[in-house]
Design a protein around this ligand. Structure first.
Ligand code: ADP
Ligand code: MG
Length: 693
């Protein structure tokens, strides 16, 4: 049976190759695509408003007789027509008109117009209204439903889209044209309308419909579609997970030799939360199915140690471990930490980023391929085509929120070996609100490190305007002369890294002038790794009082004596990033302070966001707020990664549906497993399917 999904738009009357091309530009290929091409908003053309009672600046339909039609010379020449009904009169004004339009608006003609009345020189005027001549004796019915306004594109008018959608709706009368995929029992329990009714409703809402509710996307018909779309995403991720469970993996038995030595050498004991998460990982990695685990832990909760333990479990079994970080700096930091921890145990490391070039690159590639390197650390360069692993047992990804599902999957393929896949561990410092984690990451198991190592003191955060800069500078001076150290973070958001670095340079010079008795260092992304390392070493050893930095220190810097941080223009950064930055202080036992020095005036939203930073140091609370204020797209980093592109649903607005979606997914597995594939393909276009990677 041909479904509407397989019926091309060219089967509609009047759709030839050129119109089909235009439709394709907005993602419409089939009749079903057209049915799911939902209006952005609606116009109410169901009532004729009497000319005697026109509202100002609101779209209305009027009907009356033209009583005068003249070309008038004002500042610009225009055609001005007077229209009258039983209750009053108004004017229609056209600045652009042709002879035939002028002709059809002759006195005595009956016309119906749609437009917005405004005050003009002749009283209430409609500028360029849509109009239609009503022939005498013609029964010309007024619209019976609200008029949809669709997302359109160049060369595709609303009129055209409307008539196409009307035609498409007629196709729905064929039996099973738009199949209902949700079992009746589920719909009844959730009190949801059938899909076909929802689609019809949204293209042609009856006149008494609450337009507000439609505009907010909260109408039951929209919720019905959003629900099915969220369900489709959930099912797709679940399917991926099931597929992974069926793949072969490596059962890596924990050997205790290396890991015990490693723990003994650390100089601290694991927190309860770290130990618990290590156990969970150890258990997963012993199974002959690939682990897929997400570890969430606030800044400073000690995720790196957990990653090292996972790497060691692979090494103990003769396998390699790969650790991927999103930035050079973070990769460097890991390389340094891992080197200090693992080299004494005799474990060999390799290092690979986009900047590793020439002979060095060839050497590292070879060490990776022969297995001489047991732990490989780098950026996403690790997963380029020419990188060949010898026996990759575990892939560890740090800071997951910057990578999307697709990248995550691409990594897994890298380690494929005779049908078996490596274990995968994903670590994020941006806590993902629970509801989101469970839908956006339905394919992963989650562990949470919900405890900070002992001895941390909460950071006291203050928010102030940059008019108090001199005062802040003096505060920095006083703290440094007492033997403490400080960060000064410059946050110029520019496309060019060069400009950012330049801004930091200028700030460093200025601060040095104001603070001649302090020694001030500078670090930014354009410096060579060796230069950066020198500056960091000087800061760590206490040689430098103050470190001026771009946001590169967001990750990877650990100086317990640094107890003061000034962040310039914090309003330019996301909450998660501010939280990360602030996590650089409060690492020792002295009370730490963070000054968020904004540039007035602040928008209402910025003010609220800075207040969240001042009032909370809990990464989860901050993430929840961030999502409320900015929406889940920003929080999950989907802007960059293209993860979770939704047609109707909005994760923020429709959060309330997520629990229901999960339950319905389970019911569907029981009651109608045969429909799962159809639901997924109805909503997720080819490239978005999590399985096809
Ligand atoms: P994050 O979770 O932000 O990646 P790190 O792994 O960088 O945190 O750890 C932050 C700091 O805390 C590091 O200096 C690390 O050595 C230290 N650390 C980690 N675990 C513990 C612990 N159990 N006790 C004391 N210090 C710890
Ligand atoms: Mg970290």
């Amino acid at each position: 049976m041909q479904t509407l999904a397989d019926t091309p738009v060219t089967e509609l009357k009047g759709v030839g190759a050129s119109l089909a091309d235009k439709l394709a530009r907005i993602g419409i290929h089939s009749i079903q695509d057209l049915l799911f091409h939902l209006p952005l908003r609606y116009q109410d053309r169901t009532r004729i408003t009497p000319l005697g009672g026109l509202p100002l600046e609101q779209d209305v339909v009027i009907q009356g007789t033209i009583v005068a039609s003249d070309i008038v010379q004002g500042r610009r020449r225009s055609l001005l027509c007077r229209i009258r009904d039983d209750t009053g009169s108004a004017s229609l004004r056209f600045y652009h008109f042709n002879a035939s339009q002028r002709n059809s608006l002759k006195p005595g003609t009956e016309v119906r117009c749609f437009g917005e009345p405004r005050r003009g020189s002749s009283g209430l005027e409609f500028y360029h209204p849509e109009f239609r001549v009503i022939q005498p004796d013609q029964t010309d019915n007024i619209e019976e439903t609200l008029t949809p306004v669709y997302p359109a594109t160049e060369g595709l008018t609303q009129m055209r889209l409307r008539s196409l959608c009307l035609q498409a709706l007629k196709f729905m009368n064929r039996p099973d044209a738009l199949q209902e995929l949700l079992p009746f029992g589920i719909l009844a329990r959730l009190q949801m309308m059938p899909l076909a009714d929802a689609v019809r409703f949204l293209h042609q809402p009856p006149p008494q419909t609450e337009v507000e509710e439609l505009l907010e996307g909260c109408h039951p018909a929209q919720q019905r579609l959003a629900f099915e779309e969220l369900l489709a995403h959930h099912l797709s991720l679940q399917k991926l997970r099931n597929k992974v469970r069926q793949e072969g993996g490596y059962a890596l038995k924990p050997g205790h030799d290396l890991s015990n030595k490693f723990l003994e050498g650390l100089g601290f004991t694991l927190t309860g939360a770290q130990a618990r998460v290590c156990d969970e990982i150890r258990e997963d990695m012993q199974q002959p199915v690939p682990m897929l685990r997400l570890v969430q832990g606030d800044v400073g909760s000690g995720k790196t140690v957990v990653a090292a333990m996972a790497a060691l479990q692979a090494v103990e079994n003769g396998y390699q471990a790969a650790l991927m970080a999103p930035t050079e700096i973070l990769a460097e930091q890991h390389f340094k930490n891992f080197g200090a921890w693992l080299k004494p145990l005799g474990v060999t490391l390799a290092w690979l980023t986009g900047k590793t070039k020439g002979k060095k690159r060839t050497e590292e590639l070879q060490r990776i391929e022969t297995g001489e390197a047991q732990v490989v650390i780098g950026t996403h360069a690790l997963f380029q085509d020419d990188v060949m692993f010898n026996k990759l047992g575990v892939v560890i990804v740090d800071e997951q929120h910057r990578f999307g599902v697709h990248q995550r999957l691409a990594l897994r393929q890298k380690g494929e070996n005779q049908g078996a896949r490596p274990h995968q561990l994903i670590m994020t410092a941006t806590p993902i609100p629970r509801t989101l984690a469970m839908s956006a990451y339905a394919d992963l198991d989650c562990s949470i490190i919900n405890e900070l190592p002992p001895g941390r003191t909460p950071v006291n955060t203050v928010v102030m305007g940059d008019d108090r800069r001199p005062e802040v500078i003096q505060r920095v001076r006083a703290a440094c002369l007492e033997g403490r150290q400080a960060y000064w973070v410059c946050t110029l958001i520019e496309e060019s890294e060069a400009l950012q670095c330049q801004a930091a340079e200028v700030t460093a010079e200025e601060l040095q002038k104001s603070l001649p008795d302090l020694s001030i260092g500078l670090i930014h992304g354009r410096m060579k790794p060796t230069e950066k390392a020198e500056v960091m070493a000087a800061f760590k050893s206490g040689e430098l009082h103050l470190l001026v930095a771009t946001t590169v220190i967001e990750v990877g810097v650990d100086v317990p004596n640094a107890s003061l941080m000034i962040i310039e223009n914090p309003e330019r950064l996301g909450l998660a990033q501010l939280h990360q930055l602030r996590g650089r202080v409060g690492r020792g036992s002295i009370a730490s302070h963070c000054v968020l020095m904004y540039h007035a005036p602040l928008s209402q939203q910025s003010r609220e966001r800075l207040k969240v930073m001042r009032d909370s140091s809990d990464g989860f609370v901050i993430a929840e707020k961030d999502m409320e204020l900015r929406g889940p797209g920003e929080v999950l980093g989907t802007r960059q990664t293209g993860l979770m592109q939704m047609k109707v649903a909005d994760l923020q607005r429709d959060q309330g549906l997520l629990d229901t979606v999960r339950i319905a997914a389970a019911e569907l597995q029981q009651q109608a497993p045969g429909h799962i594939e159809a639901i997924i393909s109805r909503w997720l276009v080819e490239g978005d399917r999590y399985l096809d990677v």
